[in-house]
Design a protein around this ligand. Structure first.
Ligand code: MG
Length: 388
């Protein structure tokens, strides 16, 4: 019926009408959602994905992102990004792209806010340690652990565990968890793809900013990179000659803007070809959002440079090594003495291998909380550790 209405007949206060008018045919529309595992009544003015976004935002795992390092630790100052500020930057970039491409902004935001919720303490080094310690139970993946958090560990409702998110949001995170297997055939929902793109746009830009601010890099070292030169030229064209400090800040804006603009331009052209298709047909077509070939090459060059120069910087090595040692020790202590796990984790060991449960308990911690439990475990030889 709705397609026979004229625009004047839609009530833009209703999310279903708003989406019908504003979203492209291939966007995920709230009215097409496959619902939740546990049935719930609809909300009068918030669509299902807006509710998912709010549930994630209000979860305790989301708040703990403020205490988890992204690349750099608190020992290196307070300027740099944490997982929480990174997450907001990703959500902001992703929403901009979603709106430009007429995709579902609420779904995009829910996916963006959830995308890093499963990260363990101590950044990538924490993930490496847990993967090693949990080898006997299939290793550790922050993307899969995000699903354990939102489906089992968060306790918001009396009748069931977890946040009871929409199936589309869970499926989107599941795609992240099984990215390698999903590389062929049907493509993930466009909203899932763009959150992935927004994630890497945000971290490429802010890792440059953080590394420059901390003195791990100088702007001169970066100017061999084509994408940096491009961003600098844009900043000069807009603002003339600039002192180094202003250039650092403008560089980040320009890096984000040029990457987003490139993605939106290329994606808009690709999406023209599937105009009129449904979400399912768009997935069947295998369409993958991407940057122009030129920018994709420049981004790969920047990422390789950051990997060698920043992520492996000598100042980060001792910090990582000592964090890895604390996490590994704590893991070993708890595997030997699982009775020291907090009650709800002890209960989980009835049906799950101890290595898995110990990993889950540790992965939910913030950096500081992990430090405090490490000292507690080492100082006292018995007694349970605290729940987060
Ligand atoms: Mg991320």
């Amino acid at each position: 019926m709705e397609q026979f209405k004229t625009d004047a007949m839609f009530d833009l206060g209703r999310y279903v009408d708003r989406e019908h008018v504003l979203l492209a045919s291939y966007a995920m529309h709230s009215c097409d959602s496959r619902g939740r595992l546990h049935d719930e009544e609809g909300h009068s003015y918030r669509g299902p994905f807006a509710r998912d976004r709010d549930r994630i935002l209000h979860s305790s795992a989301f708040r703990r992102l403020s205490g988890k390092m992204q690349v750099f630790t608190g020992e290196m100052g307070v300027y740099h990004r944490t997982r929480l500020t990174h997450t907001f930057e990703v959500a902001s970039v992703a929403r901009t792209i979603a709106r430009s491409l007429r995709l579902n902004e609420d779904l995009t935001e829910a996916l963006a806010l959830m995308h890093d919720i499963g990260h363990p303490p101590y950044g990538h080094c924490g993930e490496d340690v847990l993967s090693e310690c949990m080898e006997s139970v299939g290793g550790f993946s922050h993307n899969s652990f995000a699903l354990v958090i939102v489906q089992e560990l968060e306790q918001r409702y009396l009748p069931f565990p977890g946040l009871n998110l929409s199936r589309e949001v869970l499926a989107g995170q599941d795609v992240r968890a099984h990215k390698a297997e999903a590389a062929v055939g049907r493509s993930p929902m466009l909203e899932v793809q763009l959150v992935d793109a927004a994630d890497s746009i945000a971290y490429d830009a802010h890792d440059v900013d953080d590394a420059l601010q901390m003195g791990l890099l100088s702007i001169d070292e970066l100017t061999d990179l084509a994408v940096i030169r491009r961003a600098q030229e844009r900043a000069h064209a807009r603002h003339g000659t600039l002192p180094a400090e202003s250039m650092r800040q403008l560089l980040v804006h320009e890096l984000i803007d040029l990457q987003v603009s490139d993605l939106v331009r290329v994606a808009s052209e690709m999406l023209l070809e599937i105009d009129g298709q449904t979400t399912g047909e768009a997935s069947d077509s295998g369409l993958r959002l991407k940057h122009s070939e030129e920018l994709a090459g420049e981004r790969a060059e920047l990422e390789a440079f950051l990997f060698e120069t920043v992520y492996r910087h000598a100042r980060l090595i001792p910090v990582r090594e000592s964090a890895a040692k604390r996490l590994r020790t704590l893991f070993e202590v708890l595997v030997r003495q699982p009775d020291r796990l907090p009650l709800r984790f002890r209960q989980r060991t009835v049906r799950r291998p101890v290595h898995q449960v110990v990993g889950e308990y540790l992965a939910g911690m913030t950096d500081d909380f992990c430090d405090s439990q490490y000292h507690q475990a080492v100082r006292n030889q018995s007694g349970p550790l605290a729940d987060w």
